[in-house]
Ligand binder design. Structure first.
Ligand code: GDP
Ligand code: IMO
Ligand code: MG
Length: 428
């Protein structure tokens, strides 16, 4: 099973980091293909906890080659900080490869991200403030800086001048901020060149050659389907393609080389930032889920919005991504509920709608239609086979599997590396 894509099924933080780590010793390459340091993956290994933002989670597995591919936006200062933090904890990061075509996030992207949000006022997206949107905007506007530009001072200066020319007008005249100097940016980027040089590669070539040689490559999506720039709840989305198609364009590995698509889905739903969320709970149950699931952002520490499982979203994800397997996470968090509501369809203006509505306004005011499933009281964190789970937990899994459009192959019963129930192997 050489090329596997792993993506988020909902609005992020489903446990993709842990799922990647789980596959770690069976894969040779882990590739980040979209987003940047807006991602936040928590991986728990024994009594050690790692929080990763820009680096793919596969960096924690000895023997794995981590790759930051062309679809990523790279804040180089953050990259070095994250590498240094891992080196200090004894992790070998020497194999990391960074695409020469990946775009760079600099000071002005972070500034523009923050001021734009402030000016949006009530309509703000609730971005992570890491400069993600402005860096992708520059890429699409063809005024972006790429990793390879850092190794050609003349070109770099020209490009930074071009990018700042527009931005400084905006910052000074509209946002009332100080102008950013070309030298400031050029000098900073040049200062990264020596350390960066050995990591830079034609990552598309590296990955295709790896696949030719029979190696296993895992593409790890940041963010999630409902945050995808094309398929998510636009404009309350991130600025990249977080869906499985993004793995191809974001890495230079063709779609017909991809064998398997794994979607990580939480046994309930969370969202950070603004935008529609039909099953959101603004009551004691929502508070209970937040506390029990420890739903606070890894990147910004913001409390996550919480709600019940939404089956139409899972079906949507299955369809958009071509999901072959679901990894269902955090089933243990639901322990102790008498009954568990699951959204099976929506009520939109008095009509039953079975799929995610095409109109964003309809989705905004869709009310969930719930089915109540029986809960369980037994501690399930020690379960390692499906049969170890109490009958009601098994039935919950089977019921949502039937509604969600693909099989549930792995079930998370705790944050730890081995706290999983494997029903079907993800690599055979
Ligand atoms: P990601 O962004 O998709 O990688 O997810 P995050 O790391 O932001 O959030 C998922 C959180 O859930 C992390 O703190 C994980 O340690 C934790 N987690 C993952 N799987 C499970 C599980 O099955 N049970 C519990 N209780 N926690 C889990
Ligand atoms: P992982 O990979 C959850 C959300 C932000 C905001 C919107 C746009 O950990 O699942 P951005 O800074 O990307 O322009 O913000 O997207 N967002 C995430 N929410 N998990 C993430 O990543 C996210 N990355 C971005 O909260 O609503
Ligand atoms: Mg996260």
């Amino acid at each position: 099973m050489p090329a596997i894509v792993l993506i988020g099924a909902q609005w992020g933080d489903e446990g993709k980091g842990k799922a990647t780590d789980l596959l770690g010793d069976r894969v040779d390459y882990v590739v980040k293909f979209n987003g940047g340091n807006n991602a936040g993956h928590t991986v728990v290994i024994g009594d050690k906890k790692y929080a990763l933002h820009l680096l793919p989670s596969g960096i924690l597995s000895p023997g794995v080659t981590p790759v930051i591919a062309n679809g990523v936006v790279v804040d180089i200062e953050v990259l070095f900080q994250e590498l240094d933090a891992l080196i200090a904890r004894g992790v070998d990061v020497s194999r990391l490869k960074v695409s020469a075509n990946a775009h760079v996030i600099t000071h002005y992207h972070r500034t523009v991200d923050k001021v734009t949000e402030r000016f949006l006022g009530k309509r703000q997206i609730g971005t992570t403030g890491r400069g993600i949107g402005p860096a992708y905007a520059d890429k699409i506007n063809r005024v972006g800086i790429r990793i390879q530009d850092i190794f050609d001072e003349g070109i770099l200066r020209q490009k930074v001048e071009g990018a700042l020319d527009q931005k400084n007008h905006l910052l000074v005249k509209i946002y009332n901020r100080r102008a950013i100097l070309v030298d400031e940016i050029v000098d900073e980027l040049l200062s990264y060149a020596d350390r960066l040089r050995p990591m830079v590669a034609d990552t598309s070539l590296v990955l295709n050659q790896a696949l030719d040689a029979g190696d296993t490559v895992l593409f790890e999506g940041g963010q999630a389907t409902m945050l995808d720039i094309d398929h998510g709840t636009y404009p309350f989305v991130t600025s990249s393609n977080a869906t499985s198609g993004g793995a191809s364009t974001g890495s230079g590995v063709a779609p017909n080389r991809i064998d398997r698509v794994i979607a990580v889905v939480k046994a309930y739903t969370t969202r950070v930032g603004a935008g529609p969320f039909p099953t959101e709970l603004n009551d004691a149950s929502g508070e209970w889920l937040r506390a029990r699931g420890f739903e606070f952002g890894t990147t910004t520490g913001r409390p996550r919005r919480t709600g019940w499982y939404d089956a139409p979203i899972a079906r949507y994800t299955a369809r958009i991504n071509g999901v072959t397997d679901f990894v269902l996470t955090k089933l243990d968090v639901l322990t102790g509920l008498e009954t568990i509501p699951v959204c099976v369809a929506y009520d939109v203006d008095g009509e039953r709608v079975d799929e995610v509505p095409v109109s964003q306004s309809d989705f905004h005011h869709a009310t969930p239609i719930y089915e109540e499933l029986p809960g369980w009281d037994e501690d399930i964190t020690g379960a390692r086979t499906f049969d170890d789970l109490p009958k009601a937990a098994q039935d919950y899994v089977l019921a949502i599997e039937k509604m969600s459009g693909a099989r549930i192959s792995v079930i998370g019963v705790g944050p730890g590396r081995d706290e999983v129930v494997v029903r079907h192997s993800l690599t055979d």
